[in-house]
Design a protein around this ligand. Structure first.
Ligand SMILES: Cc1cc2nc3c(=O)[nH]c(=O)nc-3n(C[C@H](O)[C@H](O)[C@H](O)COP(=O)(O)OP(=O)(O)OC[C@H]3O[C@@H](n4cnc5c(N)ncnc54)[C@H](O)[C@@H]3O)c2cc1C
Length: 332
């Protein structure tokens, strides 16, 4: 017999003077704030505490305030790789909208003294927007990212990639608030990059305590022919439009197993178009789970049930155990 779900955990109460202190810095803290609309799949319960920040100084102050008040935090970028539980998130969700992007020469004397330009981006900037800035400046190295949803922070943490490129190929360094509350620069080789992984990736969301906060990143690019770079970016966008669904989703659900494609295995198992609760296996690309009804039409529990169903059917048919690519966060 299945065990009943654990009772919901109580909210960690923050006293009024601590809330006044952060609001005096111009940061608006909301309580029991809905999150579904801040994710690309339009699913997820509320955050106990929530604030959106648009500049890096406020992001720092907020993270440090949370530490001082023992309130675990989670940084939410574009919400394009997280499945937030229906019960929501205990602690503080910081919606990162710090969005400055700039092409520059070597930022200071510690940088290589050749003529290759850098692209500086605050961590809440859209990765696709940062990539477009590079493309429009005739710089090569990030054109693969013009169609990848989410923020620079999410892309750097996840080592996002597409069309044969990935973050680690052009990232030079990052500025971090580390797990001890110190600001540090880390070089790309210090971040243990692997396929969609880095040492910055925190499993467990707010339950993992005070994780590193990525503040900004420097990408090292190469000058090239603007028309050729633009044409490559356009073809990547066109390819995505013709092969991926437009409905709310979290992108690829499962990691491709060695030498094969998760989408092919799911399609071969007859699951294209299969529906469970409000969630459907996309008919356009079987590795995408879509929420056609948007906010309120499907639950995180539907997504999990669908993931388990697909894993069972595919394993039975082809013997392959598919591994989820998206990250589960919140209280389950
Ligand atoms: C339609 C679609 C297509 C996609 N295609 C691709 C693809 O081609 N390639 C690919 O790699 N991915 C793809 N994805 C997945 C997703 O876009 C990437 O993983 C993206 O980089 C996540 O960024 P985000 O800002 O949305 O991260 P979020 O989902 O907001 O967060 C992801 C994780 O990163 C952490 N995080 C975010 N910002 C910070 C920060 N500043 N400091 C510390 N931690 C942080 C969060 O706490 C969380 O743990 C796709 C998703 C969708 C919906």
């Amino acid at each position: 017999m299945a065990l009943p779900p654990a009772p919901p955990r109580p909210k960690r109460e923050i006293n009024a003077s601590a809330l006044d202190q952060i609001e005096a810095l111009g940061i608006d803290i909301r309580q029991d704030h809905p999150l579904a609309n801040l994710t690309t799949i339009k699913i997820g319960g509320p955050a106990d505490y929530f604030a959106a920040v648009t500049d890096t100084h406020k992001l720092l102050k907020l993270a440090r305030w949370a530490r001082a008040n023992d309130l675990p935090y989670l940084i939410l970028g574009g919400g394009s790789n997280v499945l937030i539980s229906d019960r929501g998130i205990r602690g503080l969700v910081i919606h990162n909208r710090c969005h400055a992007v700039q092409v520059q020469d070597a930022p200071c004397c510690d940088y290589p003294k050749d003529t290759r330009p850098f692209l500086f981006a605050e961590s809440g900037a859209l990765m696709a927007g940062a990539a477009r800035t590079a493309v429009n400046a005739g710089l090569t190295g990030l054109e693969w990212a013009v169609s990848v949803p989410g923020s620079v922070g999410g892309a750097v943490v996840n080592n996002a990639g597409a069309h044969g490129g990935e973050v680690k190929d052009s990232l030079w360094d990052v500025l971090l608030l580390d797990g001890n509350g110190d600001i540090q620069v880390f070089r790309v080789e210090d971040l243990a990059y692997a396929y969609r992984q880095s040492s910055l990736k925190q499993e467990g969301g707010t339950d993992a305590g005070f994780g590193p906060v990525l503040l900004s990143a420097n990408f090292r690019l190469q000058t090239g022919d603007r028309d050729t770079i633009r044409a490559a970016a356009q073809s990547f966008l066109g390819h995505r439009r013709s092969t991926q669904p437009v409905e709310p989703s979290l992108g690829s659900t499962f990691v491709n197993p060695p030498g094969d494609f998760a989408g092919r295995l799911i399609e071969e198992s007859g699951l294209k178009g299969f529906r469970l609760g409000g969630i459907e296996v996309s008919r356009t690309h079987a590795n995408f789970l879509i929420n056609p009804g948007g906010v309120g039409a499907a639950a995180a529990a539907d997504v999990l049930a669908m993931i388990q169903h697909i894993q069972t059917v595919v394993a039975r048919r082809s013997g392959v155990e598919l591994q989820p690519e998206l990250q589960r966060i919140g209280e389950w």
